[in-house]
Design a protein around this ligand. Sequence first.
Ligand SMILES: Cc1cc2nc3c(=O)[nH]c(=O)nc-3n(C[C@H](O)[C@H](O)[C@H](O)COP(=O)(O)O)c2cc1C
Length: 253
Amino acid sequence: MAEEVSKSREADLRARCNALLEIMRNRLTTRQFDPDCVVPREHYDLILEAARHAPSGANAQPWHYIIVTDPGAKKKIADYFVEEQRRRAKLKMKFPTPNYRGLETAPGMIVVVADFRFTRAFPVLMDGSDLDRQYHENAERILLQSVAASTMSAHLAAAALGYNVWWVTAIGQETAQKAMRPLLGVPEELSIIDIFCFGPAAKAPYKRWKKKLDEIRSWDRFDMKQFMTLDQISEWIKETRHKVMYRDESKID
Ligand SMILES: Cc1cc2nc3c(=O)[nH]c(=O)nc-3n(C[C@H](O)[C@H](O)[C@H](O)COP(=O)(O)O)c2cc1C
């Protein structure tokens, strides 16, 4: 009897995990949305409810989310990105940049704000020494991982609600921060680290290439078969990056 119960519990848990994995597999990026969709207020609440429960270093929760509903503000944000795209093209960065006009089509737009002053809540010395610098570097990583954990939870909730998503980070630079803060009334102590767009896709979204399980996993020791040299990485950037960013995984040779 006890065995029966445990078997049925195991089956329930599997089903629950499979349902979660199905949402994760179908979290697909799109960069052009159907602008006619209206996101109900309740959906913003559900999405940010997911963000709220994320883990964070020292449980500092160093995040804040600004829901942008004003089409004028969305357009200004899109304008800024298009301008940034031009700047990058002039700098010859050779990064395959998407069309950021798509930002203004996003029915759902949430700007992610991080408070880097919370790095001092993590192990740091605060004495300006070289050792302190090393700890501060790690504290920044802790903070970024924390905000990413929360943001990812929000993306998954949006995917669960049937939306496609777009994670946009191309705004981290100081000049971009300066331009964007007044638009959203963000105090200068805080950083706008990314923008989360969601809604129904304008065109059918596609699944991008993902590494296979064996390629991301080692048992007990790092599997050197998975180690890439710098030359291999440069080759990947040259030959593969643009395909994995903008093509269906089934159409990559
Ligand atoms: C941290 C992070 C930063 C990203 N920044 C951008 C960005 O600035 N612009 C953009 O178009 N896509 C950006 N993306 C989206 C990725 O390009 C996309 O997730 C990736 O190509 C894989 O596609 P998928 O989300 O459909 O799995 C970002 C994603 C992450 C997680």
